[in-house]
Design a protein around this ligand. Structure first.
Ligand code: UT7
Length: 348
């Protein structure tokens, strides 16, 4: 038994924050952000992580044609859950009516979805479960400080979801690679969050990042893990039809593509639109790649990511099923009453 992706979905909140919006309130400019990161816009969410997850999940259910009652396991990969208890996955379960599923959140920061996919693939291969819903979802905007121009310009909110099912046919997850180096815990972190948080303190709880350290680690580990997954699958780099990488910086993606000798135009890049949505970048990018006709049955894909921990991982899969959606879903969400910039300012 192997695991294959049969459904894909995404939810991007409607409020758009442009580089010029940011430049109107902090010392930055569109030229710096675009040339250093490739980011032009990002979304700021007016709904919480579980609601974004739910909409992405409903679209994945529609594209796969799977009945929510047939889902055995829900994993929400996030470092920005609604609450510490209960899991964000518990809300999703209730909202979609997946009454027969177990539900859990997993935090490997930006590598979360890769870890989640690896774990459910192993559960399917071991025949513990047959159908899983894996979501990457983040609402990191509450952890963005307008006092830190080096990080606030990079991150955005969003969610992506995949239905993963057992298959005996051709086309499946062929190899997974995961890794972590706890020596770099401080390189990308939210000090004062979680059990460190003291409700009596008035301090800023925001993402802090050693950008240069993370940049170096991302290029090295994304290249190494992509190569390792390709080798483990028994492929050659020339076999890979599409790389779907974590979208943290367009320059990181270019460097990885060069290092692994991927060749022109074989990496999917949508960072200009959404920025770094952490665990959500890969499932959002996958959904968009399919919508844009970049994935065909039999294609060999590699997903790869790097993030806080520091953590990394890659998945090599052959697209087994159809890329024709079985159904569609349009999220009916009450629009925000404020602009993206106003929402971000309110969160300070
Ligand atoms: O998902 C995983 C997590 N994230 C990442 O993988 C991101 C990894 N890191 C990066 O993408 C890059 O390191 C950044 C985009 C964060 C920074 O790019 P850089 O080319 O490494 O710039 P830098 O940090 O070396 O900063 C260069 C200059 C500095 O000024 P000085 O000291 O040279 O005068 C910064 O203060 O750019 C300045 N700067 C800015 N200027 C305008 C930093 N942020 C900004 C900004 N606007 N937003």
């Amino acid at each position: 038994m192997k695991a294959t992706i049969t459904g894909w979905g995404k939810y991007l909140p409607p409020a758009v924050l442009t580089n010029d919006d940011l430049a109107s309130v902090i010392d930055t400019n569109d030229e710096w952000i675009t040339s250093r990161s490739g980011i032009r816009k990002r979304r700021i969410s007016h709904i919480d992580t579980s609601e974004m997850s739910t909409h992405a999940a409903r679209e994945a259910l529609a594209t796969s044609g799977v009945d929510p009652k047939d889902i055995d396991f829900i994993m929400v990969c996030t470092c920005s859950p609604n609450r510490l208890i209960p899991s964000t996955a518990s809300y999703v379960q209730e909202h979609i009516g997946a009454v027969n599923a177990g539900a859990i959140d997993a935090n490997a920061a930006c590598s979360g979805y890769i870890y989640g996919l690896s774990m459910v693939a192993a559960m399917i291969e071991a025949e513990h479960i047959e159908t899983a819903l894996v979501i990457g979802a983040e609402r990191l905007s509450p952890y963005m400080s307008l006092d830190d121009r080096s990080t606030v310009v990079l991150f955005g909110d969003g969610a992506g979801a995949s239905i993963v099912q057992a298959t005996e046919g051709v086309g499946a997850i062929e190899a997974t690679v995961i890794g972590n180096d706890g020596a770099f815990t401080d390189a990308l972190t939210i000090p004062g969050s979680g059990s460190e948080a003291n409700p009596r303190d008035d301090g800023v709880v925001a993402v802090t990042m050693d950008g240069a350290e993370i940049f170096r680690g991302a290029v090295t580990k994304m290249s190494e893990s992509a190569n390792a997954a390709i080798a483990k699958a028994g492929w050659d780099i020339g076999d890979v039809d599409l790389l779907v990488p974590h979208q943290a910086n367009a320059r990181i993606i270019d460097s990885v593509a060069r290092r692994i000798k991927l060749g022109e135009g074989r990496a999917f890049v949508n960072i200009a639109e959404y920025g770094n949505t952490s665990a959500a970048t890969v499932p959002i990018a996958l959904a968009e790649a399919i919508e844009q006709g970049r994935v065909k049955t039999g294609d060999k894909l590699v997903f790869v990511a790097f993030g806080g921990g520091v953590s990394w991982g890659a998945v090599a899969l052959e697209w087994g099923g159809s890329t024709e959606p079985k159904g569609s879903y349009v999220a009916d969400v009450e629009p925000p009453t404020k602009t993206a910039l106003e929402m971000l300012q309110d969160l300070q």
